[in-house]
Ligand binder design. Structure first.
Ligand SMILES: Nc1nc2c(ncn2[C@@H]2O[C@H](COP(=O)(O)OP(=O)(O)OP(=O)(O)O)[C@@H](O)[C@H]2O)c(=O)[nH]1
Ligand SMILES: [Mg+2]
Length: 619
């Protein structure tokens, strides 16, 4: 059967996974009456809940006797490193651009990678059904983008489709019949070349997606670059010696040898076992114990690893500690450092972007990844599995400049769209966080588009402030932009913490008087303990307070609640907000049922001693 391999790339949320639904449905990949979820490929629990794709996934459809393997990629910048590797498995790409939002940082990033690979993209102006769609202007933006990215003549001549993935249609003209996705399928067959690879050479494939499956163990997905894969064949896994080189190199080392126990091909949403597959096809294989991305898996006679895109280094780290607070072990069953270590090592096995190492602290681990969202997802997953943890303030990972050895830190491109009156405060806040304003221009409808280059360090915890400053109307996009010279100190949070000085249940009466001191994070009746942070002090210093103080009573005990004493609802933080909020002498306590903030040293005397030793400057 004829074959095409394509990837779908776009900025986050521009409709990739929804379009795949339409492609699956209209190619007859679903059985009749099969109940299929929306965004069927986003099958992990957290993907479904957050409505984002985290892991790239492969699927396939058949159109006019041609099999089309489709790889859906994650749009979120934290997972952007994967996209480049995926592009190496395909011969064509669909670039989706939201007809209202237009070209955004991740569009630029992924299109740049596709053009550099020599691919000739098909541009899909998606979500044309949106009331605020401006398809013609967006086509111009895309064209300008291709020019800015040095597209060659063939690439600049890109075919365009106007589409609504959700409504399931695509047309070459804006005023087309809007009937179905047939024009898209036909264009893929006409515009994308079939893979032309040598099926008679020894088998070799670059592992491009790694998953851990409870039944199969490590499952590696990739395109067969040469030869044929057969069930039960002997395998050799080769790793390039130097992970920083992308050149084709013969000097790899053998990581492991083994046997191909299971060969899986993609059929619609399912993976089906096959006996054999040949060069050009995208398959998943199981049977290996060590192989990872981007190793080469091949026949024993293979001389060296194939060229591969190295995995991006992590940019952000957090310390995962055991929960040693007084409420530890009440709602999570998994609390020991041994359990945490095992779980983290297992994660590092199946997740190429995560690195785990022992910490200098006792009963703690350093976990490094690509961003707040990625590490947040890991913590959230562990919490649901019954783990209890305390998490330290995130730190960016610096590196020495490859030649001069000078300290460098990760930088990000930040693109902001805000209503004009809020532009000033955004520029001011970001400048204080050492961001550099690159561009500022009106973007229509009374909005301004601002573009910054900012150290990742300064962006930790900024998003919440940004939403408050722009009354929720601002939109901010971030994209890793490489490393640059260390920008010097960045001031942290201005406000100190309100810290409980006692263990027990918070009392309405006490909270009523405490709310004059700052915003509270807890309500009456909630468990508190000595050293727990129960609110934000309105001043810049920490304050120990007593949330248990009762009203002096006569001999009649009044009801717990005093009607005249109104409490402002507490400020509740999500896990990620809490992690971004804390200072270096503070921790987030995470259990299956609660997210609490606390001081690293619970006892006020220990805290003062640590302060005198200058320990707070740990980060
Ligand atoms: N109006 C409109 N909305 C759409 C269309 N396609 C998708 N959406 C909506 O856009 C949102 C994002 O859709 P997804 O398919 O998850 O987008 P994605 O590009 O896969 O997102 P990531 O994988 O997280 O980058 C969802 O709320 C969809 O319902 C469309 O054609 N028109
Ligand atoms: Mg998606």
């Amino acid at each position: 059967m004829d074959l095409r391999n394509i990837a779908i790339i776009a900025h986050v949320d521009h409709g990739k996974t929804t379009l795949v639904d339409g492609l699956l449905r209209q190619s007859g990949a679903f059985r009749e009456h099969q109940v299929v979820n929306e965004r069927a490929l986003d099958r992990n629990e957290l993907e479904r809940e957050r409505g984002i794709t985290i892991l790239a996934k492969c699927t396939s459809v058949v159109w006019r006797d041609t099999r089309i393997n489709i790889v859906d990629t994650p749009g979120h910048a934290d997972f952007g490193g994967e996209v480049e590797r995926i592009l190496n498995m395909v011969d064509g790409v669909l670039v989706l651009v939201d007809a209202a939002e237009g070209v955004l940082p991740q569009t630029k990033f992924v299109v740049g990678k596709a053009l550099a690979r020599g691919l000739k993209p098909i541009v899909v102006i998606n979500k044309v059904d949106r009331a605020d769609a401006r398809p013609d202007a967006v086509v111009d933006e895309v064209f300008d983008l291709f020019v800015a990215l040095d597209a060659d003549a063939g690439q600049l001549d890109f075919p365009i489709l106007y589409a609504s993935g959700r409504q399931g249609w695509a047309d070459p003209q804006l005023d087309g019949p809007r009937r179905d996705l047939a024009p898209l399928f036909d264009l893929v067959l006409a515009h994308v070349l079939p893979p032309a690879l040598d099926a008679d050479a020894p088998f070799a494939m670059v592992a491009s997606i790694l998953e851990y499956d409870n039944f199969l163990g490590r499952v590696l997905t990739g395109r067969i670059e040469q030869g044929r894969a057969r069930v039960n064949m002997a395998l050799k896994v080769l790793r390039p010696n130097d992970h920083t080189t992308t050149a084709r190199t013969a000097n790899g080392r053998v990581v492991e040898t083994g046997r191909l126990t299971k060969l899986l091909a993609f059929r619609g949403l399912d993976r089906v076992a096959v006996e054999e597959a040949e060069a050009g096809d995208i398959v998943a294989i199981a049977g290996l114990a060590e192989a990872t991305v981007p190793d080469t898996v091949g026949a024993p006679e293979l001389a060296g690893p194939l060229a591969a895109i190295p995995v991006d280094p992590p940019t952000l780290a957090m310390t995962f500690r055991i929960n040693d607070g007084p409420l530890a072990g009440r709602d999570g069953g998994k609390v020991t450092s041994r359990q945490i270590r095992e779980r983290l090592l297992r994660e590092a096995e199946g997740n190429i972007a995560i690195r785990v190492s022992e910490s200098n602290e006792t009963e703690a681990f350093e976990v490094a990844g690509r961003g707040e969202l990625q590490l947040g997802v890991l913590i959230e997953t562990m919490r649901r599995e019954g783990f209890e943890l305390t998490i330290g303030r995130p730190r960016v990972l610096t590196r020495p400049h490859p030649e001069t050895g000078a300290r460098e830190e990760p930088l990000e491109e930040v693109l902001v769209d805000v209503d004009e009156p809020y532009a000033g405060v955004v520029v001011d806040k970001l400048s204080r966080r050492r961001a550099e304003l690159r561009e500022m221009r009106p973007s229509g409808g009374g909005k301004v588009r601002l573009s910054f280059l900012a150290p990742s360090r300064g962006l930790i915890g900024y998003h919440g402030e940004f939403l408050t400053d722009t009354r929720g109307s601002g939109i901010m996009h971030r994209l890793f932009a490489g490393y640059g010279p260390w920008r010097g100190p960045i001031e942290g949070r201005h406000n100190g913490s309100l810290i409980s000085n006692a263990d027990g249940e918070a009392v309405h009466y006490a909270l009523f008087y405490l709310q004059e001191r700052g915003a509270l994070f807890i309500g009456p009746g909630e468990r508190v303990y000595m050293g727990m942070i129960i609110g934000e002090h309105s001043r810049d210093s920490d304050l120990d307070v007593n949330p248990l103080r009762e009203k002096k009573l006569t001999n009649i005990r009044a009801a717990g609640k005093d009607d005249a004493m109104l409490l402002t609802p507490p400020r509740r933080m999500s896990l990620e907000q809490a992690i971004a909020y804390i200072e270096s002498d503070e921790l987030v306590e995470v259990t299956p049922a609660a997210v609490r903030l606390r001081k690293r040293h619970l006892d006020p005397h220990a805290r003062r001693r640590a302060e005198q030793r200058g320990e707070t400057a740990a980060a």
